[in-house]
Structure formats: C-alpha cells, structure tokens
Design a protein around this ligand. Structure first.
Ligand code: 13P
Length: 246
C-alpha cells in the first residue's frame, strides 16, 4: 500500500511571517498518521521551516543536476539536504516554461536528488492545446519516458499537473484524471519494472482545494496531491490533509 502524500508548493510566495502557517499544518499532519505531508517553500525559508516544525517534511522546488560548481544562482541537492529538506520538486511546468528545462535535464536533476537522499517529485502535464487535441496521454507518456530517473520505489514521486489546470480553478474530470494516472502507472512499469514502479506515488496537481480534494483523492491511482495556492495558508491546506486521511 502506498502512503498518501499531500505536498504544498509555495512557489515564489511567502516570507518569514508565513512560517506561522506551518504550526497548524504540522498539527494536522500529526493528526493524520496515515498521510505524508510536506511543504516546499522558497529556498531561503527551508532552514527556518525545518527549525520551526522538525516533524514536518520540508522540500525544495528545484535542484541542479551537479553537486557543485560554476552554476550561479543554482542549488545542489546536497545543499537542500544540508538545509534539512527531505524532498524536492523537479521539472515543474513553470520551470520547464520559464527556464526552458528539458526532459533530459529534469531526469538528471531527479537522479541527483535521489542520489543525495531526497525524494524526487518529478512533474509532468500537458498544455491546454494538447488537452484540446486529445493528445494528453501521448504527450505525458513521452515527457515521463524522458524525465524518469532509473531509481524507483518510494524515493520517486510523479506529479501529474495539467498546465491548464494550474492556478485557473479548472480541473479535469475524475475520469480524465483516472485515465492519465493509469497511463502514467503503465509508463512507470515499462520504464522501471513492476517492482520499482510499485512504490512510486502518483500525485494529482492543479487547482486542488478543500472543495474538490476528496473527489480527486478518491480517483483510482491517485496517491496524493501537489497543491499550489491552497497550500499557502493552513486554513486552506488543512482540510486537504483531512480529506486525504479519510
Ligand atoms: P495550484 O494548486 O495553485 O493550481 O498550483 C498547482 C501547482 O502548480 C503545484 O505545483
């Protein structure tokens, strides 16, 4: 049985004062022992977040594939570990778009993250245009074949985030989510083998809120959620943790 994971991605939001939200989030996580809960704040808040709530999993939002070197502005996976992080998001669609990250780079980042002892959350998802053209499964499968690290198991998490659903209030139907997650599970088995694929959790992300979390988490092959806007406050995030606990 895969444990559910509810991960919050703060993106480029939050400041020191936002860390007060972690108190109620950590309490909700403790009250949901069957659910893994994580928050991925901006890099500068990681160390303070860990110090404030040592029991809560804290992650980064990106890492470099190299362990060190002349890469101005980048963060190595080992640096995240030193700051106290236990996971990292790689290949988010916003980085694929803004920083032109390729599947090959995302794969290298995921490999580096896992080698450093982090859980790697590898993101994939289609554009609105691809969705309208009915090519979601083909595009997501291709992204994953290029982006998956060779390691599998519980160090690897895949997040399916349709780009058109991020921050828009739109979500795919439960049937559409089920179909894509089933396809992703198939690609995991094909790429990693049944045994290593079995431990890999597949999260859904894109406009997850307290209002739709229970329905989305009930979809077959959905092992949790990657939450953006609704992870910024405990008020919005705690009900999603509670929905996962049921
Ligand atoms: P929203 O939950 O704000 O739609 O963001 C989803 C996301 O991109 C999480 O990584």
């Amino acid at each position: 049985m895969r444990r559910r994971l509810i991960a919050g991605n703060w993106k480029m939001n939050g400041s020191r004062s936002s860390l007060a939200e972690l108190d109620a989030i950590a309490a909700a996580a403790e009250a949901a022992p069957g659910v893994d809960v994580a928050i991925c704040p901006p890099f500068t808040l990681i160390e303070r977040a860990v110090a404030r709530q040592p029991g809560l999993a804290i992650g980064g939002q990106d890492c470099h594939a190299a362990t060190k070197g002349a890469h101005t502005g980048c963060i190595a996976a080992t640096m995240l570990v030193e700051a106290g992080a236990s996971m990292v998001i790689v290949g988010h669609s916003e980085r694929r778009a803004d920083q032109h990250e390729t599947d090959t780079e995302v794969k290298a980042k995921a490999e580096a993250a896992i080698a450093a002892g982090l859980i790697a959350i590898v993101c994939c998802g289609e554009t609105a245009e691809t969705h309208r053209a009915g090519e979601t499964k083909t595009v997501v499968s291709s992204q994953l074949r290029g982006s998956l690290p060779v390691a599998g198991g519980d160090a690897l998490v895949v997040a399916y985030e349709p780009i058109w659903a991020i921050g828009t209030g739109l979500t795919p139907t439960a049937d559409d989510v089920a179909a894509v997650h089933k396809t992703i599970r198939g690609v995991l088995v094909e790429q990693l083998g049944a045994e290593r694929a079995d431990g890999v959790r597949i999260l859904y992300g894109g406009s997850v809120t307290a209002g739709n979390a229970a329905e989305l988490l009930a979809v077959p092959d959905v092992d949790g959620a990657l939450v953006g806007g609704a992870s910024l406050t405990a008020e919005a995030f705690v009900p999603i943790i509670a929905a996962a606990a049921r």
